[in-house]
Design a protein. Structure first.
Length: 148
């Protein structure tokens, strides 16, 4: 039940970020679906894996879905990519790193900062891996009138 609630919160957060990011309203459902799917994968994998590993595979899911919907809807992939990655960004880790630095708890700051850095690098690697796939792979999912 908590997984369902956290995925619903991720969908809501992703759609809210899409609103702030200026995404056209017709793409909100796609953005929410992508953000929720990425968070669901992350939440499931974090129970048996490390945070960077879970973030890597969740990012791969987000990028694959972003590219798929971008081809299907004939729009830029960044519309879905940036919104979909929103739940995965290690913002809390960066916040706690800054907090521990200000409170002079440098050992905790280095631990949380290093973990946030590893998660950020995992997200970048996931983006790079999937963007190296040829565009033709995703054309299979385009709308019928777009294939001609």
């Amino acid at each position: 039940m908590t997984l369902l609630i956290s995925v619903a919160a991720a969908v809501g957060g992703t759609v809210s970020f899409s609103l702030l990011f200026g995404v056209p309203t017709k793409y909100y459902p796609y953005c929410g679906l992508i953000g929720g799917a990425g968070w669901a994968v992350y939440s499931i994998l974090i129970q048996s894996s490390t945070a960077p590993g879970a973030a890597l595979f969740a990012t791969i899911v987000v990028i694959l879905l972003s590219r798929l919907f971008a081809v299907r809807e004939r729009c830029p992939v960044t519309i879905f990519l940036i919104s979909g990655l929103f739940p995965l960004v290690p913002g809390a880790g960066v916040y706690w790193t800054a907090y521990y630095i200000v409170t002079n708890e440098l050992d905790k700051a280095s631990q949380t900062g290093y973990m946030a850095l590893k998660v950020a690098v995992a997200i970048v690697l996931g983006i790079v891996f999937v963007f190296e796939l040829p565009q033709g792979i995703f054309r299979v999912f385009s709308k019928k009138e777009n294939r001609e």
